[in-house]
Design a protein. Sequence first.
Length: 462
Amino acid sequence: MLVTQPKVFVSSTIHYLINEREAAYRAIEKSGAYPIMSEKTMSAQDSDSLTTCINKVKESDIFILILGGPYGWQPYGKESITELEYQTAKKINVPIIAFNTNYEKDDLQKEFIKRVESSYFRKTVSNAFELEEEIEKSLIEEIEKKQNEYLNKKEYVYSNLVKIKFPQYLYLADININKNEIEIYNEKRGKHFRQNPSLFEYIFSALHMKNIRFPSDWTLDGKKILTFHNLAEQSIPLTQIIDKGTVERLLCDDYYSLSHDKMSIFKYLLRNCLETKLYKKGIRWIKKEELFAFIPTQKVNNDQWQSLNITWSKLKKATRTVVTVNKDLKNENFVFNLKCLSFRTRFEYFDNEWYLSIKPDWIYLWSDFKTCPFAVKNIQKLKRMERNIHVFNHFNFILKYLQPSGPSLFPEYGDYQFLTIGEIEKFEFSPIIPDNIWTNLEEQGSLEKLHDINGDIGLFGS
């Protein structure tokens, strides 16, 4: 796979073809490629000559074969090292460019040439100068061909974006509350506003005063309430704190297209809708950290939280631990903190389409779900240990949990009418980036990090 400078392996006898190999070296350099030649560019290796040469053939992008007079060294008493190199290149489909010379051939070399000619057209040259010219010409053609193949190949790039759907209309209405009544009510129950309370605080107190429990899937636009709930319907509890005569029904795209401020308000409404959707699924909004976190759902002895494992599947079944209970080192009967799988989200609007971006993360919480400030290094270590496959599997698990394909996968799933989360978005990308380009950068001892045994659920049929 040509990604940068192509590597060209030159195979021939060395002692009898010194001038020809010099010519090949010059031609390869002039073509912009990198020559792999034992006498020029190969350093000392901790392996025998045959193994070293075969490994270099496997690393090459193009294989040049120069056929001289003698068959050459036969390391096992059968095939020559040149033929073994040729067989390796042929087996792994490295492009082979063959050149014959006018030197007198021994019998074994004649037989080898016949085997080569049965698979490849070889060019015969009369001297080293002609060989240099022909190699340069052939290499330029082959490199251009391989680069065109490389640039025309495409692969899917999987993003952390998922399409979302929401209702066509939203509703806007004036707030109608009596602040004095609310302040008196709060004083009677021993709840005092902070200095200069916000309209949000007054509204929450007004709902409490009227004994209304209502989800937070609404927001404010100035002194108006904005929601997907139909405020024209008397059955909606929010109608008790609005001026019913001011209710407006608006097309969503008309609203968020008005200005950047309206777009920001609309995104905040979507965030509140997502919080409402996830709350029913045991996922809590951690306001201080601005992320969503899985939280434990069951307690055991001494009223302590229990770790939470969730079984899920795509093509295979797997179990993911989303909450790990860490015991107090001084007293194992008590919980010190909770390691929770979490994720950050953003709502994005591209090319007239709405997306939710999901970025997996980790957080440590106390038992009351407040942020544990002593675990920053633990989170940094977790992120250093994880690779693309781990994060991608976290993402797929989170997505599957938010929008399962059937009611039996996650029994606790409850449908939420105002926000539907779609499937992962993928995009065609060219040129492709072979995985080995970045996996080979890992140290040998770190290669196991590239596999997620517990999370490998066969995302793409592999």
